[in-house]
Design a protein around this ligand. Structure first.
Ligand SMILES: Nc1ncnc2c1ncn2[C@@H]1O[C@H](COP(=O)(O)OP(=O)(O)OP(=O)(O)O)[C@@H](O)[C@H]1O
Length: 501
C-alpha cells in the first residue's frame, strides 16, 4: 500500500508535467503553422476527411430532386442549394467552382458554386454527411437536377433535425443576400429565366408620403414575422398589394423598394400571355418561397387575355363565393403578390373584392412633401428659395415624380434644376410672382389626363396643353406649353377663366 502511494505522482508534479506538455503542444502547433504552408495544411485536412469518409462509407441515401411533383419547386432542394456553398471547404477534389454575378462590385471576391458529381462533406451533431449534386439531361426533356445526401445511419435524426437546420441556415443566408434576382417566364421552355435585379430603389430613395412609408414598412415586417399568425387563422402565408395610379408615379420603384427591403426575388409575369388557369397554376407553383410575384399593368390585355378574362370572370365569381383566390392556389409560403395598374377603375371588380388584394396603395401625383423629398434626394439640399412657390404649384398642377426627377437630373446646380421644373419655369417667366390656380371660379382647375387629351383634340391634335394661372395682381392667364415636362411656357391670352372651363 505504502509502495503504491509512493508511486502516485504528487499534484505539483502532475501540474508541471501538464504545463510542459501544453508548452510543447503549442510550440509544435506554432512550428507547424509557421513551417507548413496553409495550402499544404488544407490539403492534408481534405485528404484526412476523404480517407475517413470512404472508410465510414454511408449506407443510406436521401434523394432530393429539384421539383416536387411535375412543377413545384422542391424547397428542400432550394435550401440545400443556398446552404451548401458554405460547406465547400470540405470539398474532396482539387477544383472549386467560382463565379460572380455581382455587377455592383465586379472586383469583389467571387462566390463558390456547387460542382456537379462532387462530394461535399458536412457534419450535424457528430453525424458525418455527404452531399452530391447530380445533373441528368435526357433528350427532349428538361434537365433533371437532384442531390444525394448519404449518411451511415441516424436516418431519424437527419429527418427530424438536419433538414430543418439546413432550411433555417438557407433562410438566414437569403435574408442577407446582396444580389436579388428577377425571373421572367419563358413560355417556350415553360420555365423561369433569371437575371440580376438591378433596381436599387429603397424606401430611403423612394419619395412617398412619410405616413404611407411607415405603414407599409410595418405591414411588410409584420408579414415576414407572421408565419404563426397566418397558420393560426388558417390562411396561406401571403400578402397581396395593388399599386395603382398614373404613369410615372413610382409603382415600379415601389416594387423595387419592397423587394430590396424584404430581400425577395421577383417573378415578373406577363399575365396576358398565360392561356388559362391551368397554366397559371403551373406557373405559380414553380415560383419559390420568399418571393414577389409581380403582375404589371393588370388592366391591359391582348385579345387572348380578354377571352381568358371573360372565362375567368365566371370562374372568379364562382370562386369568390367559396372564398378562393386562384393566385393563392398551391403556391407555397411567404409570398407577396403585387399587381400594378394605371386604371383601377378598369379592373375586374372580382379582383377588388375584400380578401383578394390585402392592401390598395394609390401612387399619386407629387405632393409638397414628395417634391421636397425628391429635391433633397437629387440636389442634396434641404430647401431653396424657389421651393415654397413650387410646392404650392404642385398642389394645383398634376405633376408626376417622374417628371420632377427628370428635371432635377438635368443639372447639379439647384437654381438651374429647379427652374427647369414646371413651377420653376412659370416663376422664371413671370418674375417670381406667386402663382395659383385656386381662384378660377370654383376651386381651381386641376389638370388631369382626361383634360389633357381633350385639350389636345381641341387644338387639332397638336400636343398642346393649357393651364390656367392667376397672378398676384389678380389677373388670370392661360399659359400654353407643348406639355408639362417640355418646352417653355408662354403667355397666350388673358381671358376669363370661367368661360374656358
Ligand atoms: N415616388 C418616387 N420616388 C422617387 N423616384 C420616383 C418616384 N416615382 C417615379 N420616380 C422616378 O421616375 C421613374 C419612373 O417611375 P416608375 O417607373 O416607378 O413609375 P410607374 O408608376 O411604375 O410608371 P408606369 O405606370 O409607366 O410603369 C423612376 O425610375 C424614378 O426615377
Amino acid at each position: 500500500m505504502a509502495t503504491f502511494y509512493s508511486q502516485v505522482p504528487s499534484v505539483s508534479s502532475v501540474f508541471s508535467l501538464y504545463t510542459t506538455f501544453s508548452a510543447i503542444t503549442m510550440l509544435l502547433r506554432t512550428i507547424l503553422n509557421e513551417v507548413v504552408p496553409k495550402g499544404i495544411r488544407e490539403y492534408i485536412t481534405v485528404k484526412l476527411v476523404d480517407y475517413f469518409s470512404s472508410y465510414f462509407q454511408s449506407d443510406f441515401t436521401f434523394v432530393i430532386e429539384q421539383h416536387w411533383g411535375e412543377y413545384v419547386e422542391n424547397q428542400t432542394f432550394r435550401a440545400a442549394q443556398v446552404y451548401l456553398p458554405t460547406r465547400l471547404a470540405g470539398l474532396s477534389t482539387g477544383k472549386l467552382l467560382v463565379g460572380s454575378n455581382n455587377l455592383k462590385n465586379p472586383t469583389a471576391q467571387p462566390n463558390l458554386g456547387i460542382p456537379v458529381d462532387t462530394k461535399i462533406m458536412d457534419e450535424f451533431e457528430r453525424i458525418h454527411l455527404e452531399w452530391t449534386l447530380h445533373n441528368v439531361k435526357s433528350k427532349g426533356r428538361r434537365e433533371k437536377r437532384y442531390f444525394h445526401l448519404t449518411c451511415k445511419e441516424f436516418r431519424e435524426k437527419i429527418m427530424a433535425g438536419y433538414f430543418a437546420y439546413v432550411t433555417k441556415s438557407a433562410e438566414e443566408i437569403m435574408r442577407h443576400r446582396e444580389n436579388l434576382q428577377i425571373f421572367t417566364y419563358n413560355k417556350e421552355d415553360s420555365d423561369w429565366e433569371s437575371a440580376i435585379f438591378e433596381h436599387h430603389t429603397t424606401f430611403e430613395t423612394l419619395a412617398i408620403e412619410p405616413d404611407l412609408k411607415t405603414t407599409l414598412i410595418d405591414d411588410l415586417d409584420a408579414f415576414s414575422k407572421g408565419k404563426d399568425f397566418f397558420r393560426s387563422v388558417g390562411r396561406a402565408w401571403k400578402r397581396g398589394y395593388l399599386l395603382y395610379g398614373p404613369p410615372g408615379t413610382g409603382k415600379s420603384s415601389m416594387v423595387a423598394a419592397i423587394a430590396n427591403h424584404m430581400k425577395y426575388n421577383i417573378y415578373d409575369l406577363q399575365i396576358q400571355s398565360v392561356k388559362d388557369d391551368g397554366e397559371l397554376r403551373e406557373i405559380l407553383t414553380s415560383t419559390t418561397n420568399r418571393s414577389i410575384l409581380l403582375i404589371e399593368d393588370i388592366d391591359c390585355g391582348s385579345d387572348a387575355s380578354r377571352k381568358r378574362h371573360t372565362k375567368e370572370k365566371e370562374e372568379d365569381d364562382d370562386d369568390s363565393k367559396k372564398g378562393k383566390n386562384k393566385y393563392e392556389d398551391g403556391c407555397g409560403e411567404e409570398k407577396i403578390i403585387i399587381f400594378t395598374t394605371n386604371h383601377k377603375e378598369m379592373l375586374d371588380p372580382a379582383l377588388l373584392r375584400p380578401g383578394r388584394m390585402d392592401v390598395h396603395i394609390l401612387m399619386d401625383y407629387c405632393t409638397p412633401l414628395v417634391f421636397n423629398k425628391l429635391v433633397s434626394l437629387y440636389l442634396k439640399i434641404d430647401g431653396h428659395i424657389l421651393c415654397d412657390s413650387i410646392e404650392k404649384l404642385v398642389l394645383d398642377v398634376n405633376t408626376t415624380p417622374a417628371e420632377i426627377t427628370q428635371q432635377l437630373m438635368a443639372s447639379k446646380d439647384a437654381d438651374i434644376a429647379l427652374k427647369g421644373t414646371i413651377g420653376g419655369r412659370l416663376l422664371e417667366e413671370y418674375g417670381g410672382l406667386i402663382l395659383t390656380t385656386k381662384n378660377l371660379g370654383g376651386g381651381g382647375y386641376p389638370i388631369q389626363e382626361s383634360h389633357r387629351s381633350r385639350r389636345r383634340r381641341d387644338v387639332g391634335g397638336s400636343p398642346r396643353l393649357r393651364i390656367s394661372v392667376s397672378l398676384s395682381d389678380g389677373e388670370s392667364l392661360w399659359l400654353n406649353g407643348e406639355n408639362l415636362g417640355g418646352s417653355p411656357l408662354r403667355r397666350e391670352s388673358s381671358v376669363d377663366a370661367k368661360c374656358n372651363r
